[in-house]
Design a protein around this ligand. Sequence first.
Ligand code: BGC
Length: 899
Amino acid sequence: MLKPPYDLRCEYLFNPICIDIRKPRFSWLLTHEERNQTQSAYQIIVSSDKNLSKSENGDVWKSGKIISENNVNITYEGNPLESDKIYFWRVKWWDKKGEESEYSLINHFGTAFIDDSYWKAKWISRSEFIDKKTRRQLQYKSGKRGLIGRLREVHAVYLRKEFSISKEIEYAKAYVCGVGYYEFKLNGKKVGDRILEPAQTDYNKIALYSTYDITDCLKKSNAIGVILGNGRCIEIFGYDYPKLILQINIHYKDGMSEVICTDNSWKISNGPIQENGIYYGEIYDARLEMPGWDEPNFDDENWREAIIVDGYNLASQMMQPIQITKSLKPTELSSPKPGTYVYDFGQNFTGYVKLKVFGPRGSEVKLRFAELVYEDGNINTATIGGAPTTDKYILKGEGIESFEPHFTYHGFRFVDMTGFPGVPSLNTLEGLFFHSNVPKVGNFFCSNNLINQIHTNIIWGQLSNLMSIPTDCPQRDERHGWMGDAQLTVEEAILNFNMVKFYAKYLRDIKLCQRGDGSLSDVVPPYWSFYPADPAWGTAYITIAWYLFWYYGDVRILEEHYEGMKKYVEYLTSIAKENLIYFGKYGDWCPPSNIVSRKTPIELTSSWYYYHDVHFLAKIAHVIGKQEDHEYLLNKAKEIKESFNTKFLTGVYDVVKHSPTDRTISQTSNILPLYLDMVPQGKKKKVLSTLVNSIKEDYSYHFDTGIIGTRYIFDVLSENGYSDVIYKMVNQKSFPGYGYMIKEGATTLWERWEKLEAGGMNSHNHIMLGTVDTWFYNTIAGIKSLEPSWKLLRIKPFIPNSMNYASASIKTIKGFISNSWEKLEKDLKLTITIPVGCNTEVWIPIEEESCVITEGNVTIWSNNENIKHSDDIEFLKLEEKHVIFNIGSGFYQFVIKYK
Ligand code: BGC
């Protein structure tokens, strides 16, 4: 029997309750016992009630039987959706032969405020904050050093409100936004497990509210408690002070409803959380705790009244929240000097530590965080720049106390603890790893330990840099959404995690930061207003949008941002001179032994990205049916390409004059035009061979690329038949290279190729060199998508002599794709899974013409020809010592037997 669709998603989310758009989209996955299957039709029903859904009555929407192979992003076309409702939906499908499935299990989606008029609540805050003078008296003046200047953060604000209910509840939802950060409690308990809410945005443009199902948290008498922290909502980033908006909508069983809102009846107070900030850390004075403040019947007579303040535009936060995903036990504890204890967690990560302590009232335990230690065992804070990164807990002296901060995070491996009453143990601190909790979709493992370690470092580094925006680093006084770092790693991130909601939110951040002239800021949200962006950073707008379309088939994203992206390209055109861009700030940033590249001119990277963006915008215009634009852009791209080659191609791409002792060419200058196929026919061979020879001879198989060249070198070498060369480079253990970082103890990737432990640009947890991971998936495991939303892919593993197996799987928008290869004495086995609706070119390596290929024990190839013809496995061609078959969905096991 045909299995019904499973893993239903609404706007890519599983049973979301936060949908604030009128036409959400649905996706589902399919399995089939037969191979080579596709969906031929589907039918969706949406109901206003679970019982109606059970009886298959779609009173809100009946799509009818829709003839379509598509099971991704199907747009809702039913009755207008209402705000603050729960809807139930199911889907069934017909396979290729017309067999019909049952309906899926019932899934639901809830709406938030589709219409702003549903907001009854007001923004509230503390009266002294309104006036700059009185606010300043309440501010701390820490963080004087480094990039951040004076932080001017206020201590945390505590807000409370009681209410009672007398009827039976059907469901209740809370809509909450507190900037910079908030913690939301009901009846003494934190609601949900979100951390550092809401997601960071440019609040002056938009603030995001989250939706909580609180049906089970409500009682007869209730108390709401909210704590507000500074986050980014401070003067230095262009904002003023923390504020809150909260609305609870209660729906009773009798059909009536009630609304509880923030207004000036709320009470406000200081509390135990004192200074708090992303960079600063947190000071918590447990002596100031107010037991019961977030529960009913608390005496708040001494609390003041909250006041209504100006607020921000709101939209629903439709992305994964930041959550704790791992608890880490320290691996070592030492005491480099009396009273100082240093903990090693064995891993660089983002989060904070939970402290357990027993001691006299007023004792102060201080925790400082670092990525490195000196030889004498003391922490080395050189990489945190001007971020104080310090938590302090002041004991109340009542039994065993425990503390974890609320509104800060650190990037660290080591913790220095002083002021601890007594002697601490390994159990005193627990590391808590958190980040935007994007679902893990990719897995990679192989027989090469160094490659596995690089992959592991990248996973830690990538997650560490997802804090509701893609950050550059988590430890120093930056932690910004540098767009260059984000765009370079977008494919790596997508292969490892389901990134679509995260990036969709980020694209909106980019759109909102765009200036009238089309320019963007290097840093988005523009907490640092760095306009105009270096073209290698600004490209993030087009690059990320393109990859969301490519990997998730999301056309709506392209439509939504088309005008913005076009404006950005027009901006580039406005600063171009004869099709080339001479403006740039960073270029091929951080090549070995430098910060700014000496070999790759800035005008080359900037002009190349101009070409890149026009080229991709042309594709985008085509996808969304802007044919005229498409043609104009194609033509423009051609002109840029010609100017680029005229300017930079002098035999090979090498325009920087070197000293007589340095004859080496720039790797990046040659990689970039090869990547986008810009090299004129007839010249490509020379460019490629010069590049490869130089890598071998001048660089002894080492990288000489900054972050830009490193992004593209893998594809360029592998797609042109030089996987063995790049494989050797990846496996180097000497400087500069990934193996060198690992050999020197890196547990994430560094910002720089060189090992730097003194002050300056030396983060030990940057992700921008992380593209190598994409290559593990698409070359070592061989899984590469050839068409949008994985409808067509290629499986063409590179099988190094020194490796015995590699295996990767990716849960794509179409379902699980996996490939494992394994050497068995003389044979090679390929095990492949392809989801319904996808086609795959399988490239099977045949070293010897005499080899025999079987699939599921049936011989399909021998004596250099295809001997069994079936619908499942279609022979396509012989090329580059590979037999190439086309396969549809299903499970396949190929064995290549060498004589
Ligand atoms: C950041 C980078 C960023 C760069 C721009 C640095 O300080 O950490 O990752 O892309 O500045 O040059």
